[in-house]
Write a protein that binds this ligand. Structure first.
Ligand code: 3HC
Ligand code: NAI
Length: 699
């Protein structure tokens, strides 16, 4: 059995190596190992201790997989206290990730040396937690309350150089050989008669200024972290570091940490963390090698094509963009240049990087230039005939084995595949707008797509830093298909009596950054309107149809781009104001439809909105469009604004109980059984007393 903590004496220095792949998380065995090592350090032969991480990281934190299970001794705060209490100087040698409990271990050590590329941070807030092993008490003592609050509330890591400037580390390693440098540091300390230097003994610099920092942070979080639990507890814990002796501060931290641990937000955020990693594990792809991938072709240089091109350039690919004529070619190039210039202006890329990316970018009207591309993505108009013509072009010019991808939002990828002699190479790559920013990528696998093409799409996503989710072919794939259902509910709610502003407010209160009507205004009402007009001929007259959005569009109110939509926008402003004209128009439509408006409160708005989302999510899993409920969760969190601290709609459904969701759907079905059809999967799980998580676990 592998020993996660090993020790070895180098002269008078005890080298303690943590080796717990993949990230040296501080699981029970590691904590035991550290305690054993500290006991060994008491031996007279040991004069100093060096703590090292094997592999790519020092320590990436507590073992997240242990959270929610009964805690096992020794507890991490005690281990940290024992490190700090060690009678011999302890040097922490830091590289890779030094996160959460990892940084807390380092801060409990007496001296710290780091590589410049180490990443030191306290990211617990991203998991609905706060540092729970002394971090809220030691960080303010080491680097001051302001810097500590920045580190803990942002959850963002700093590099070695910044850590040195903050006083979080004492030395930077000058060579690749961290172990040798840490040993040299320990020996230097011994030679100079260096004693243990305990962070707990440091006074907080300028306590009055620190108090002001806490007051400001409390006020900022009250605005910024509305509805979140742990950020407010973090401020309280740092306040305790200022106001109380160390031991009492630790006790406050422990109490608040346990409250965070017990909160549903912790559960939701940790589900999100693992789900985002789990989606990349597609069982059918085990052992399948992706195809080579270096050059990418993009057809269409509009909104999406330009964003995709920039994402691919940033991912390290050479990109050739094909447009239909010279004028559009120039426009496509301009679109890409604008996006890169904006990144440059915001400091996201250096000017060297900017020039390098542009140097890897070609625009052309000649399809033949796609001949050496390993993967081509079309992002032309959403029109089957236009896309089929593009695929015919691919057939003519693309090399054998090239992956042929479509960024279609709704069209049938099977139909596109059937139109080419190489259907096994065809796949959907559904990027989200803006494609160079949005994390989500739906990988749409058609009936005949080869598995190594799917593996290549996942490899592309990794290079682009996207969160990729496998989806099957259907109208709207995972995300847009579910959106179509809850969008209907939003329209029905306003017809029945709610205002768009009340719906948006309820949805924001749940944790979304914006409500659905704000989102429609942002995206532009014309796109959905065009689709509804196309669908009109085939719409079943028995289906209830809400005309209100069409009436808005008939007036040319498409949202932000026309200055008026569900909200009214002052020239140049993106902040919408409630619009009495919209309310009058809704009233008129209600009268026309013979609806007597009723009062609908925020609870009912959410119940209906979420029940539709969850029920549609269950259908998507039931139909095999999403592999697992967690795939639905990731799509809605990464692409549609579902609040991460709720873990996605399916995890949220488990939290409130599937019997409740099913009962809601059945209750609503009494009014309109054509729209509200309980998902067979939801009904089956309720019948079996199971939840969605049990399906995630079954994979
Ligand atoms: N505990 C358990 N498993 C962890 C882990 C952790 N802290 N951090 C990462 N892992 C696992 C991942 O789940 C993944 O497992 P898998 O291969 O089975 O899917 C594997 O390690 C590799 O992780 P990534 O795929 O994320 O690898 P990357 O190289 O992309 O990223 C990382 C590495 C930056 C360390 C990233 O994993 C990360 O950010 N981890 C979380 C760090 C964190 O939040 N630490 C704080 C924990 S809470 C805490 O310490 C509480 C304390 O204050 C008491
Ligand atoms: P757009 O209208 O901004 O751009 C389309 C571009 O394709 C135009 O520049 C046009 O000149 C070019 N084009 C048309 N026919 C061509 C041909 N035969 N050869 C080369 N270029 C050609 O459209 P947008 O918004 O970029 O959408 C493109 C695709 O992406 C559509 O399929 C759309 O459904 C999909 N999509 C759009 C999203 C969005 O939010 N806009 C989100 C996700 C997918």
């Amino acid at each position: 059995m592998q020993v996660p903590v090993s020790t070895r004496l180098n002269g008078r220095v005890l080298v303690v190596t943590i080796d717990n792949p993949p990230v040296n998380a501080l699981g029970t065995e590691v904590r035991h190992g550290l305690e054993d090592a500290l006991r060994q350090a008491q031996d007279a032969s040991v004069a100093a201790v060096v703590l090292l991480g094997a592999g790519r990281h020092f320590i990436a934190g507590a073992d997240i997989r242990e959270f929610g299970k009964p805690p096992q001794t020794p507890f991490l705060p005690d281990v940290c206290n024992h490190i700090e209490a060690c009678a011999k100087p302890v040097v922490a040698a830091l590289h890779g990730s030094v996160l959460g409990g990892g940084l807390e271990v380092a801060m409990a050590a007496h001296y710290r040396i780091a590589r410049t590329d180490a990443r030191l941070g306290l990211p617990e807030v991203n998991l609905g937690l706060m540092p729970g092993a002394g971090g809220t008490q030691r960080a303010p003592r080491l680097i001051g309350a302001g810097a500590a609050l920045d580190l803990i509330l942002s959850g963002k890591p700093v590099n070695g150089a910044r850590a040195l400037a903050l006083g979080l580390v004492d030395r930077l390693a000058q060579t690749e050989d961290l172990e040798a440098e840490a040993l040299a540091y320990a020996n230097d300390l011994l030679a100079a008669g260096g004693r243990p230097r305990r962070t707990r003994d440091l006074a907080i610099a300028d306590a009055d200024a620190a108090r002001r920092v806490v007051t400001d942070a409390r006020a900022t979080q009250a605005k910024k972290a509305v509805g979140l639990f742990s950020p407010h507890r973090i401020v309280d814990a740092v306040e305790a570091a200022i106001e109380k002796p160390f031991e009492e501060g630790l006790a406050v931290e422990r109490r608040l940490f346990l409250q965070c641990m017990a909160s549903p937000q912790r559960k939701g955020l940790i589900h999100a963390f693992f789900a985002e990693r789990e989606v990349a594990k597609v069982p059918e792809l085990a052992g399948i090698q992706p195809r080579p991938l270096e050059r990418v072709g993009v057809v269409g240089g509009g909104t999406m094509g330009a964003g995709i091109a920039v994402a691919c350039l940033r991912g390290g690919f050479e990109v050739t963009m094909v447009e239909r004529d010279e004028a559009n070619c120039a426009r496509g190039r301009q679109n890409v240049e604008k996006l890169l210039a904006a990144w440059l202006a915001r400091g996201r890329i250096s000017s060297t990087e900017h020039d390098r990316l542009l140097g890897a970018f070609i625009t052309t009207t000649e399809y033949a230039r796609l001949g050496n591309a390993d993967l081509v993505i079309e992002a032309v108009f959403e029109d089957l005939k236009v896309k089929q013509a593009v695929f015919a072009g691919f057939d003519r010019v693309c090399k054998p084995g090239a992956v042929l991808a479509s960024n279609t939002s709704y069209l049938d990828v099977n139909v596109l595949a059937a139109g080419t002699p190489r259907p096994a190479d065809v796949i959907g790559l559904h990027f989200f707008s803006p494609a160079h920013v949005m994390k989500l990528l739906e990988i749409v696998v058609a009936d005949r797509t080869a598995q190594d093409v799917v593996a290549t799409a996942f490899a592309l996503a990794r290079k682009l830093g996207k969160t990729a989710v496998r989806a099957g072919v259907c109208d709207g794939f995972i995300g847009n298909r579910i959106l179509a259902c809850y969008r209907q509910v939003a329209y029905r709610l306003i017809e029945a009596g709610a205002t768009p502003y009340a719906v948006d407010a309820a949805v924001r209160h749940f944790g979304y950054p914006i409500g659905p009507f704000q989102m429609f205004d942002l995206a532009g009402g014309d796109i959905g309107w065009a689709m509804r007009k196309r669908q009109a001929a085939t719409r079943d007259p028995r289906d209830h149809y809400v005309r209100i959005p069409d009436v808005l569009c008939e007036r040319g109110w498409f949202g932000q781009k026309t200055g008026q939509g569900w909200y009214r926008y002052a020239p140049g402003s993106r902040a919408g104001e409630e619009d009495p004209e919209v309310l009058a128009l809704i009233e008129e439509e209600r009268r026309r439809a013979g609806v007597t408006p009723r009062a609908i409160d925020a609870d009912e708005i959410l119940q209906r909105y979420l029940a539709a989302m969850i029920n549609a999510g269950a259908d998507v899993v039931n139909d095999g469009i999403a592999l697992r409920p967690l795939d639905v969760d990731v799509v809605l969190m990464a692409g549609y604004g579902f609040p991460r601290h709720r873990g996605g709609p399916m995890a949220y459904a488990d939290e409130i109980g599937l019997p409740k969701v099913l009962a809601d759907v059945r209750r609503f079905a009494v009014e309109d059984a054509r729209f509200w059809k309980p998902s067979p999967l939801l009904a089956r799980l309720v019948g079996e007393g199971r939840n969605f998580a049990s399906l995630n676990a079954a994979h």
